[in-house]
Design a protein around this ligand. Structure first.
Ligand code: CTP
Length: 222
């Protein structure tokens, strides 16, 4: 454990988002929130003041300064933007739904014998919005990929103009909803650092060490 984030203000998103179709149905994803919650705990252990903005998940609450529970991507964005001013580091661990239903019915949708067409509209990209702020925090993203991890993650790092991206493999029993994980960290100058498979809490500690080191490197180069 390090104290590398002493007195730093850190905002972390975690878990899935649920996009409601009607009062009983939603579009969701398989994120358990485990990794994001472990990162929140590790950042607290490293001395940070952590605000955790969490989608619906069943994890034990980590020790954080504030936990804000949200359901949808729009709610998550609202809470992130409300708390981002003065924040030193933003870590986007959430599996934010890229799309939401164009309409949410306030009554349960009934079947009427035929197929049902759903129109989805794009959600805002919270991570890209934070990275585009005029006084942006040090911004870290995740890239959950089933294939060509490095290529896809590098594209996200550049496209969203991040300071660091943590790429991981998902699918076939890996990534979502399991206890272990491995990460490949990528930086804008081309550096790479693999963090080998380990329990998510220990991996989160390693990730936070790397974030603290890179933050120091950029802000206090000597
Ligand atoms: N993210 C976000 N807001 C979104 C979508 C993603 O903040 N609307 C963040 C996630 O928290 C993560 C990173 O962006 O840190 C990458 O998310 P991912 O779903 O892997 O990538 P996308 O940019 O959504 O691209 P794609 O779904 O096409 O792989």
């Amino acid at each position: 454990m390090t104290s590398g984030l002493q007195a730093k203000a850190v905002v972390i998103t975690a878990g899935p988002t649920y996009e409601d179709l009607d009062p009983v149905r939603f579009l969701g994803n398989r994120s358990s929130g485990r990794m994001g919650f472990a990162v929140a705990q590790a950042a607290t252990d490293a001395g940070a003041r952590v605000i955790l903005v969490a989608g619906p998940c069943q994890q034990d609450c980590p020790q954080v300064s504030e936990r804000i529970d949200v359901r949808s991507a729009l709610q998550m964005r609202e809470q992130v933007m409300r708390h981002i001013e003065g924040c030193d580091i933003f870590i986007g661990c959430a599996a934010v739904a890229d799309y939401r239903p164009a309409e949410t019915s306030d009554k349960k949708i009934k079947k009427d014998g035929g197929d049902l067409m759903l129109r989805l509209v794009q959600n805002p990209d919270i991570l890209a919005e934070v990275a585009a702020l005029p006084k942006r925090p040090f911004t870290v993203g995740f890239a959950a990929e089933t294939n060509d991890i490095e290529t896809h993650a590098l594209r996200k790092l550049r496209h969203k103009k991040l300071d660091m991206i943590a790429a991981n493999q998902v699918g076939e029993g890996r990534g979502f909803d399991c206890c272990d994980n491995a990460l490949l960290l990528l930086y804008p100058d081309g550096r790479k650092q693999p963090l080998p498979t380990q329990a998510k809490c220990s991996l989160a500690g390693r990730l936070v060490d790397e974030i603290a080191a890179e933050y120091q490197r950029i802000h206090n180069p000597h």
